[in-house]
Write a protein that binds this ligand. Sequence first.
Ligand code: KIV
Length: 246
Amino acid sequence: MLTPEDIQAKKSKKQKISMVTAYDFAFAKMAEAAGVDQILVGDSLANTMLGYKSTREIGMNEMLIFAAAVCRGAPNTHVIGDMPFGSDANPQLAYDNARRFMDVGCSSIKLEGVPEGVIEFLRSKDIPVCAHHGLLPQTAENFKQKGKTEEEANAIIAAAKYTDSLGCFEMVLEHIPETLGTLITQQVSAATIGIGGGKFTDGQVLVMHDALGMHPGKIPPFATKFVNMYELGVEGFKKYVEHVNQ
Ligand code: KIV
C-alpha cells in the first residue's frame, strides 16, 4: 500500500499517480486488481450511488459505511476518505470525523478548500491530508471551469500554495485550465491530482461511474469512458430475464 511519502516520492521521480473513486466492496476489489495507486471514496457517491442532486446531501454516517466497504475490498490500496459537507466545519469536528475515516481503514482524508484552522489541526494530529482546489462541488454555484480570470487563477494558486505549506501530501485540482494545473504542479511539493486539470499534473483521478460508463447520460468534458458498463449491465439483465422466461 502506498503511503503519503510514497505518493510524494512518485512526484519526485516523475511517475504518474492513478486515483479513481470507488464506493463499495466489489468495485474496490476491481480497482485494486487493476493496480490503481489510490482509491477515493468521494462524496460524489451522493450523486453516483444514491441519486441525490448534490454532494451536500450526504453525511459522515453514510460515508463511513461506503469507506469501510472499500477498505475491506482493497486492503492493499491507499484509500482516501472524502470529508462530506459540514464534517470539517471546525478543527475539532474535522479531527473527530477524520479519525472515524482512519478507524475504518482509510490511509488519508480529503477536504475541499481551506476551512479555517482545520488543516493545521489535522496535521498536528498526524492525519494525512489531501487538499482540493479549483471547482469545489460542495460550495460551487455552478460547475463551470474555475480559474479562467487572472483574479480567480491567483486565488487558486494562493490556496494551493497555502495548503502545501501546511503539509498536505497531495491535492486534487478540479476543472481548471491546463496552464494553471501545470503551474501549480511546478510550484508545490504536494502531488497534484487532476480531474479536468490538464495532462501535466502529477496524477489523474476519475469518477468511477464516468470511467466505466455506468450511467447512460453525458459525462463531463474532461472525463473518458473506458468501457460501457451500463450497456453491458442492461444486456446481462436482459439475458437473465430471457433465461427466466424460457
Ligand atoms: O467526490 C469526488 O468524487 C471527488 C472527485 C471529483 C475528486 O471529490
